[in-house]
Design a protein around this ligand. Structure first.
Ligand code: FE2
Length: 235
């Protein structure tokens, strides 16, 4: 189990590194895709800018891209600190995650996207930078413009899915029916990926087999996640 701010690194078969860390009281899980040859570092939902920047500095790297699953305050917590230090960062999220009408609510934090995806719910877009190639899937329900990312052996679920459970839908901008459709789409995607890929949840919340793991295999997620294993296919 990762301690606060500890980083786990794995190198995928194509040379892209996948870093995973856990930070904060809500045990936010952050993933980064690192292409050293091209000096590209794309971080998903960085929680603590200082911890991220000192780790990158140790490794002789600097961040180049921030990728947002959604703009809830905890997921966007590191945005101000990252952009202060690196004002030329590319900042990506779904167009619907700008949520101008919800920014007055404490649950959200303004993230100034430099680039956006605009695919429809359930649809995916490919995103790449250097050797990093990931698929972005629009998965609203927990929050407007929520997306998931998969590639290089991981499916970063954000707050769509945790190890055993799924993201809440009762916050402003939540939509239970959209969440149901996003979970069905996630089940299709997970079923199509290699079973030993890892599902990285947005938070480390759930007990599984007597511990609270940082991630589980897609095979285990499909079998043991309450929502994935029980969801009804409407179509
Ligand atoms: Fe959230």
């Amino acid at each position: 189990m990762l301690s606060e701010g500890e980083f786990h690194t794995s190198i995928w078969e194509d040379g892209v590194e996948v870093w995973v860390t856990q930070m904060g009281n809500l045990m936010n899980m952050n993933t980064a895709f690192v292409d050293r040859a091209n000096e590209i570092v794309a971080i998903v939902d960085p929680f603590d800018a200082e911890k991220w920047c000192s780790k990158l500095e140790e490794e002789g790297l600097r961040p180049t891209h921030l990728l947002y699953t959604h703009t809830h305050r905890d997921h966007a917590a590191g945005f101000p600190g990252m952009i202060d230090r690196f004002p030329d960062l590319e900042v990506w999220g779904h167009e619907d995650a700008r949520v101008p009408s919800l920014l007055g609510n404490i649950v959200f934090r303004k993230v100034d996207f430099t680039n956006t995806w605009d695919c429809e719910p359930g649809e995916s877009e490919d995103w790449s930078a250097g050797s990093i190639e990931i698929t972005v899937t629009h998965s609203p329900g927990h929050a407007p413009g929520h997306v998931t990312f998969h590639g290089h052996g991981v499916y970063h679920a954000g707050d769509l899915l945790f190890v055993r459970s799924a993201g809440r839908v009762d916050l402003p901008g939540g939509d239970p029916q959209a969440q149901q459709r996003s979970l069905i789409r996630a089940k299709q995607i997970l079923s199509s990926l290699p079973p030993d890929w890892r599902l990285i949840p947005g938070h480390r919340y759930d007990n599984f087999k007597g511990e609270v793991p940082d991630w589980i295999s897609l095979e285990d997620a499909l079998k043991h996640n309450y929502f994935l294993s029980n969801i009804t296919m409407i179509e």
